[in-house]
Design a protein around this ligand. Structure first.
Ligand code: NI
Length: 189
């Protein structure tokens, strides 16, 4: 089932999410819904807060990232813990399904080591680098209430201010289902 993606400005996106009980009822349905939602929106990652759940869960699938040609990255990360980040910082042009129409170069470290449960409840520890690490870092931030627009310079953020306001108001062209915080408060959606 496709679930509307919360837009920039929704307070749920700013919360620190909590760990999931691995026997949470409907966890598998939630994960399936997240894949349906991400695929429909053409994303390469989606975190549970983006569909209104402050749970420590995100998914990835970067086959859609044509330029990078990343296969076999269809994954579910439950209760992930970043154990280590290292290497040179590098810029990558990030976007976010909750912030349509905006992309910015963000600087992060090359490599990471992460511990997480997969959708079968198996505890894994893995190492990632490059674009895969980048997607994980972006999604991990969502679980801590951090958006990539929180990581840009104050000057750049000022330049984006009206665009960001328009997103939260729903004044943005987007091809997938979203829920806009201001419209939702008014009871319009
Ligand atoms: Ni995002």
């Amino acid at each position: 089932m496709i679930i509307p993606i919360l837009a920039y400005g929704d307070p749920i996106l700013k919360n620190v999410s909590v760990d999931i009980a691995l026997d949470l009822p409907d966890l598998q349905t939630l994960i399936d819904d997240m894949f349906d939602t991400m695929n429909e929106a053409g994303g390469v990652g989606l975190a549970a807060p983006q569909i209104g759940k402050n749970l420590r869960l995100f998914i990835t699938d970067a086959e859609g990232l044509e330029k990078e040609n990343i296969k076999d990255f269809k994954k579910v990360f439950i209760n992930p813990v970043l154990l280590e980040e290292e290497g040179e910082k590098w810029d990558f042009n990030e976007g976010c399904l909750s912030i349509p129409g905006i992309r910015e170069d963000i600087s992060r470290k090359q490599n990471l080591r992460i511990k997480y449960y997969d959708r079968n409840g198996q505890l894994l520890e893995e190492v990632y680098s490059g674009v895969r690490a980048r997607i994980i870092q972006h999604e991990m931030d969502h679980l801590n209430g951090v958006l990539f627009t929180d990581l840009i310079s104050p000057l750049k953020k000022r330049l984006l201010k009206s665009k960001l306001l328009n997103i939260s108001l729903g004044n943005v062209e987007v091809s997938y289902k979203m829920r806009f915080p201001v419209a939702a408060r008014k009871g319009n959606r």
